[in-house]
Design a protein around this ligand. Sequence first.
Ligand code: GDP
Ligand code: ZN
Length: 262
Amino acid sequence: GKTYECKARGSFRKDGVSPLVGDRVEFEVTEEFKGIINKIFERKNFIERPPVANIDKLFIISSYTNPTPNTLLIDKMTVIARYNNIEPIIVFNKADMGDFSQIREIYERSGFKTYTVSALNNEGITELRSELEDCISAFTGNSGVGKSSILNSLFERDIIKTGDISQKLGRGRHTTRHTELYEIPPNSFVADTPGFSTFEAGITDYKLKEMLPELFFDFKEYLPYCKFSSCTHTSDNGCAVLQALKEGKIQASRHNSYFELF
Ligand code: GDP
Ligand code: ZN
């Protein structure tokens, strides 16, 4: 419950490591509320853009209108999250405007945790807040879906000005990008990053393509049953994934996204 302002031990730089927002560290108190970071513990993950470590959950936000949900974008974000060992959580905002049950069902059936909320009238916000407990979380989604509004409802105060995020993004800062963790006491942390909507970590990695099928967790149980171990699950040649798709066990939009991403 105390805050210590720390410097990193000099030898970190020599080793090419530097403390990141979200790091768990060991530090030594040098004077009152000051210290030196001596050790950075192994990271569960680390994202370059936004620069942050140890994210547990990625909340992928879409909204009823302005803009409408885009399954390819949602699915792409779930892949990036799982590639980085982050749990993707699907959130539909602006529930006051209409019914999300169809798209929500696609994600429920595909094994995701989903929430329907309205930042406008606080519907579902309490449930969402409990999902944040004991975690470091980040939020992503297109501009206008209501990320700032949801965060302000979660925190019960205006931590971010709505409609401000894209402005922050556009204004290229000449200093290094700034990331901060906001706390909902006692133990929920949310990364405020100017890059909320450009959570792009790892997407250019070649390994990602190779791993793509297993990052679709809803395909996982069928993968061992494809006729060829080199199966790309894009054409019908003894493919167990396509068979499951035909039988309605895999959602069509999920396989469409897989195909596009592949
Ligand atoms: P961001 O760009 O994702 O941070 O989105 P904002 O939080 O700035 O919200 C974009 C617009 O959507 C604003 O005009 C908000 O007032 C509006 N908005 C946000 N949440 C809701 C909601 O639950 N219902 C409705 N009807 N409008 C909302
Ligand atoms: Zn296959």
